[in-house]
Design a binder for this molecule. Structure first.
Ligand SMILES: Cc1cc2nc3c(=O)[nH]c(=O)nc-3n(C[C@H](O)[C@H](O)[C@H](O)COP(=O)(O)O)c2cc1C
Length: 317
C-alpha cells in the first residue's frame, strides 16, 4: 500500500488526486476516483453555475457520504454568482483555488483544505501568503491551462521553496510517473489527462476518441482557442490542447482571428467537430490508449508505482 502524510490526513488509501477538469471531471468521475481510494475534484468551468456545483457535488460525494473535492477557476468566479457559496455549502474535503488570488476566499473556506496550482517559484510565495494548505506544482506538460516550466524542474524547485505539502501535476500518466514524483518528495500525484480515457468522464465520446488516438507529441500550448471563443483567461495561462486545424493555422497569429473564424470555432465546439474545436489534454495523452473504469486506472497506477518504489529502494544499500 502507498501512503503519505497527506494521503493519510485526507483519508485517501492511494496518494492520487483526480485533477479538476472542466467538461471532463464531473461528479461521476470524481466520485469514482474517491471510491477507488484517491480523491476526485469536480472541475467547475468558467461558465458553470451554482446548480451545476450542487448537482455534481451531490454525485461526487454520494450525497455527503464520500470524500471529494471541487476545483474553481478563480479568474472567472466573480462572474459566476452563487458558485463560491454553493461550493462552500457542498463541504468538499479539498477545494482547489487556481488561476487567480485565493486570499479573499480563505475565510469562506476556513474549514476546508485549500490546494492551489502553481507554475513558478514566485507563485509559491504568493500561495503561502494567501493561506493555501497544499501547493500543487503544475508543470507545462499538463493538459488544460498551465505555465511554461516542465513538471520535473518545477517540482524540484517548489520542494526546495516550501515546507507545505507539495503535490505534483503535469504529465503523470503511469505508475512510473507516480513513483517518480513520490520518490522526489511530492505527497501525491494530481492527474487529469490519464482520466480523460475513463468510462465515467464527462467528455464527449468524440473528444475521448481524439485523446485515445493522440500521442505525447500531439499537443500544443496555445491561447488560440481562448481567443477564438472569447474567453478572458489571464495572459500568463495558455492552455495545452490537442493540436488540430485551428491551432495549426492560427497559433501565433491570434491577433488575426476575425469574426468569421471565431464563429466557425464556436460552431465546431457545438458540433463536436474536433478538427476545429478544442480538446484540452496534456502530454500524458500518450498513456491513454483504451477506455477503462476510473477504478482500473487508479489500481493500475498504484500497483505499478508501488512496484517501482520497491525496486528503487533496492538501489540504496
Ligand atoms: C480537459 C482539462 C480540463 C481542465 N480544467 C481545469 C479546471 O477547470 N480547473 C483547474 O484548476 N485545472 C484544470 N485542468 C488542469 C488539471 O487540474 C491538472 O492540472 C492537469 O490535468 C494535470 O496534468 P495532466 O493533464 O498531465 O495529468 C484541466 C485539465 C484538462 C486536461
Amino acid at each position: 500500500m502507498l501512503t503519505t502524510e497527506l494521503s493519510r490526513r485526507l483519508g485517501m488509501t492511494v496518494p492520487i488526486f483526480g485533477a479538476p477538469m472542466a467538461g471532463a471531471m464531473h461528479g461521476e468521475l470524481a466520485g469514482a476516483i474517491s471510491r477507488a481510494g484517491g480523491l476526485g475534484l469536480v472541475g467547475v468551468g468558467n461558465k458553470a453555475d451554482e446548480a451545476f456545483v450542487r448537482r455534481e457535488a451531490a454525485i461526487a460525494s454520494d450525497h455527503g457520504n464520500r470524500a471529494f473535492g471541487i476545483g474553481l477557476q478563480l479568474w472567472a468566479v466573480d462572474n459566476q454568482p452563487g458558485v463560491v457559496e454553493a461550493v462552500a455549502e457542498a463541504k468538499p474535503h479539498v477545494v482547489s483555488l487556481s488561476f487567480g488570488s485565493a486570499a479573499k476566499y480563505r475565510e469562506i473556506f476556513h474549514s476546508t483544505t485549500i490546494a492551489k496550482q502553481v507554475n513558478t517559484i514566485e507563485d509559491v510565495k504568493q500561495a503561502e501568503d494567501e493561506g493555501v494548505d497544499i501547493i500543487v506544482a503544475q508543470g507545462t506538460d499538463a493538459g488544460g491551462h498551465t505555465g511554461y516550466q516542465g513538471t520535473l524542474p518545477l517540482l524540484q524547485a517548489v520542494l526546495e521553496h516550501t515546507t507545505k505539502p507539495v503535490v505534483a501535476a503535469g504529465g503523470i500518466g503511469t505508475g512510473k510517473g507516480v513513483a517518480a514524483v513520490l520518490a522526489a518528495g511530492a505527497q501525491a500525484a494530481w492527474i487529469g489527462t490519464r482520466f480523460l480515457g475513463a468510462i465515467e468522464a464527462a467528455n464527449t465520446p468524440a473528444a475521448r476518441k481524439r485523446v485515445l488516438d493522440a500521442t505525447g507529441q500531439d499537443t500544443v500550448l496555445t491561447r488560440v482557442f481562448d481567443r477564438a471563443l472569447g474567453l478572458d483567461w489571464p495572459h500568463r495561462y495558455p492552455g495545452r490542447a490537442l493540436a488540430n486545424d485551428t491551432s495549426d493555422q492560427w497559433h501565433g497569429r491570434e491577433d488575426d482571428l476575425d469574426d468569421e473564424i471565431r464563429q466557425r470555432v464556436r460552431e465546431a465546439q457545438q458540433n463536436e467537430d474536433y478538427d476545429r474545436a478544442v480538446v484540452y489534454a496534456g502530454q500524458a495523452a500518450a498513456f491513454v490508449t483504451r477506455q477503462q473504469s476510473a477504478k482500473e486506472i487508479v489500481d493500475v497506477l498504484a500497483t505499478e508505482a508501488e512496484r517501482c518504489l520497491r525496486a528503487a529502494a533496492e538501489l540504496c544499500d
